[in-house]
Design a protein around this ligand. Sequence first.
Ligand code: PMP
Length: 286
Amino acid sequence: MTRTVYVNGEYLPETEAKVSIFDRGFLMADAVYEVTSVLGGKLIDFEGHAVRLKRSLDELEMAEPCSKEELLEIHRKLVELNGIDEGLVYLQVSRGSDGDRDFVFPSEDTKPTLVLFTQNKPGLADSPAAKKGAKIISIEDIRWGRRDIKTVQLLYPSMGKMMAKKAGADDAWMIEDGHVTEGTSNNAYFVKDGVIVTRPLSNDILHGITRKAVLRMAEEAQLKVEERLFTIEEAKAADEAFTTSASAFVMPVVEIDGVALGDGTPGPIAKRLREIYLEESMKEAI
Ligand code: PMP
């Protein structure tokens, strides 16, 4: 089926949507993005995504393409036009182009480029991958220093996923100065003696909106949370581990660098947090 996508004010068949070859998103990765999950035809944590998008734009001195209300309207219309029950809405804002290639930012009246499209993913919530749990490898973190800004510079995360695939694993966690930063497209956690450990927020990691929600829900469920730096050795010796992201929710991790965690199946805390997160966020979906 041909999707209907959104480009700069227009809803079009995907085959007819166009962006300039001079667009700075294309030439310089001068663009930010958000991926919002859809469950039961409704948007999960739209507010969280809208707030983070505004922050990414502000940090890069990029203009807002439209209001939050208009963005919500576009998300909803695409979900409806494409008949999405479970899936994702991808949104990208780039600095646009003034018709040539130049390192210097274009003039302030240059319009940002706004693109949105849907991805249909039946079975997103009741995922077989989450029942099995993920095997991860560790790799060096060689990304730039502003990982808190959600830019489309995804080449290294992409290479990390390929390194994992070649090693027979599902994903990779990245390590900098001896400590785990995060997964290639998720935040990283381990659980030892009932305590959930994850890296504190800084410019070194993306401020995951699922991370924020899951940590709040963990505390409400009387689970102990420690936000501190941790090593891959600590994670390998853990009782269980997991990742969080808006598109995979809470994903249990069952193996790190070939070492099985616990009995090698998804741990009880990861499974419980996944259930709580799905239940709570679906209640609040809009
Ligand atoms: N870290 C990175 C590097 C990511 O790409 C993502 C996915 N957006 C996350 C963490 C998780 O963030 P969120 O829960 O907001 O999807």
